[in-house]
Design a protein around this ligand. Structure first.
Ligand SMILES: C[S@@+](CC[C@H](N)C(=O)[O-])C[C@H]1O[C@@H](n2cnc3c(N)ncnc32)[C@H](O)[C@@H]1O
Length: 231
């Protein structure tokens, strides 16, 4: 199990965001694609707490996590609502869906030789997140970290025609993965260049719902940028 992502506080936050911004907010039969399902617990917990008649298709590269997710899906008989592929979304023929959702890999580091290489988010931590905002999905729910060049994500979203429809922010303590000395040192460097924001042991993790803009739509991009750079 040691090679499966474990951070209950973060996974629960992601699960709550899914519930509030997608599952309860959408038509009951919405289609959802998930990047990086991990052990599947965030989606499974949301499905167990809510009525949802849509289908969620997850992509998870880590075979151990994928196996655990599938056995929990079987245990709760959720196979008709949550299907996970042991492959990479970027390399698949991307399924059409109303929503793309992810708690993506967002660790910044000089290279991917870190405790868990699949959590590597590129040099500034925002590479995978920003790529997810280039796939053309109408609605994208992603977790955005204040130490992973959050302004680049907001800018990338705007350039691709998204506005920030809603967001919620959780102060989180640096955990096992982000406290790895190589990662922490790199984050300290990024901070000097205005690409990472944190205060003491704490950073902000935001659950953000990006929506392809329509005229007169709500846009909370400035508010999100202000909060994420306030530490
Ligand atoms: C931060 S974890 C989130 C896991 C789970 N969604 C949660 O919140 O508990 C990110 C997940 O993305 C997976 N991942 C990384 N790169 C991937 C890729 N290219 N395709 C599919 N999954 C990937 C990792 O293995 C990891 O399980």
């Amino acid at each position: 199990m040691k090679d499966i992502f474990v951070c209950p506080e973060e996974s629960n936050f992601y699960s709550n965001c899914l519930e509030n911004f997608v599952i309860r907010n959408s038509k009951n039969h919405a289609s959802v694609v998930e990047f990086g399902s991990g052990d599947g617990s965030p989606v499974i917990n949301s499905l167990l707490r809510n009525k949802f008649d849509g289908v969620i298709r997850g992509f998870e590269l880590n075979a151990s996590a994928w196996k655990v997710a599938n056995s929990t899906i079987d245990e709760y008989d959720l196979g008709n609502k949550y299907v996970i592929y042991n492959s990479c979304l970027f390399e698949s023929s991307k399924p059409e869906a109303d929503y793309l959702v992810a708690n993506p890999p967002y660790l910044p580091a000089p290279d991917q030789d870190i405790y868990m290489p699949l959590l590597f988010g590129g040099i500034d931590g925002a590479t995978v997140t920003n790529k997810l905002l280039s796939l053309g999905y109408e609605n994208v729910l992603v977790l955005v970290s204040s130490y992973s060049n959050p302004e680049s994500t907001i800018q990338q979203a705007q350039e691709n025609g998204y506005s920030v429809n809603n967001f919620v922010v959780l102060p989180l303590k640096f955990g096992y993965y982000s406290s790895e000395p190589k990662v922490k040192k790199h984050i300290e460097e990024l901070r000097k260049h205005g690409m990472a924001y944190y205060s003491g042991d704490y950073y902000f993790l935001a659950g953000v719902l990006f929506k392809k803009s329509q005229k007169s739509a709500i846009d909370l991009s400035n508010e999100l940028a202000q909060v994420m750079t306030s530490l």
